[in-house]
Ligand binder design. Sequence first.
Ligand code: AMP
Ligand code: MG
Length: 294
Amino acid sequence: MSWATKLVKPYRVEDGKQFRLKDFDPADTGRLHSKGHAEELLARGVASMAELQDKLYAQDRWGVLLILQAMDAAGKDGVVKHVMSGVNPQGCQVYPFKVPSEEELNHDYLWRSMRRLPERGHIGIFNRSYYEEVLVVRVHAGTLKQERIPSSLVTKDIWKERFEDINAFERYLARNGILVRKFFLNLSRKEQKRRFLDRLDEPEKHWKFSAADIREREFWDSYMGAYEEMIVHTATKHAPWYVVPADNKWFSRVVVAAAIVDTLEDLKLAYPKVDAGKRKELQAARAALEKKNS
Ligand code: AMP
Ligand code: MG
């Protein structure tokens, strides 16, 4: 087992049936006891990721979709910035999902995600995703109304149906060679408060602060209920959730990096082999370049 496989194992949920959020401690740091050690591992993870991504791109067969979900201030943006720091931007596509636009609301809810799916050979990151459809939309009844779904279709089963549809969508992606890996950055309510206060204290962080964040915080318990049910119903072998302890940023970043490395290593990626015809072409090119007056 590689270091990455070992490190992420306790946080990977492939079968949600027994999942309970209370069994996962947001302040957990596994076997790592210092920020320094975590930073060393993160650097190692980032280096491996860069190598693996280069092969993923060259091979041009598999695609990888990474989904980040969390409460505000859990560190999603930091994960994108730090974990992906070593990868070639050409092989990586990041998309942040916001409150749906008019145009997006004119469609079914998966429509906007379909359009942003990563190409083969690429790593795509959804900063928030269609999972908001069973999170914020579940917590605030008004957001569901805005979707203008015919009322006969909106029954008490709607969340169960959404879980089913999401599972089917992810199975479809898996069968097409688009791997889906989902991350819930598990932040404690107490640490969120500390980070919000930090944002208020530091002028460089003011832009990150919005009054809406404080309002959402009031719905903490409803959100935690929705997150738990989401993981119970959508953690599968082909599209697992990672419940990442997020009270220590240095730890959450290394866990996400390790999960990505572990996923890419499993693919046994290799550079495409060139055939005899291509080898001849390369020899001819060398001969031409090495000619005296070339
Ligand atoms: P942020 O990621 O902090 O820039 O905020 C984006 C906001 O968009 C969050 O408050 C999300 O809850 C909200 N959002 C994202 N997707 C949806 C959706 N499908 N329906 C309603 N609100 C959403
Ligand atoms: Mg925000």
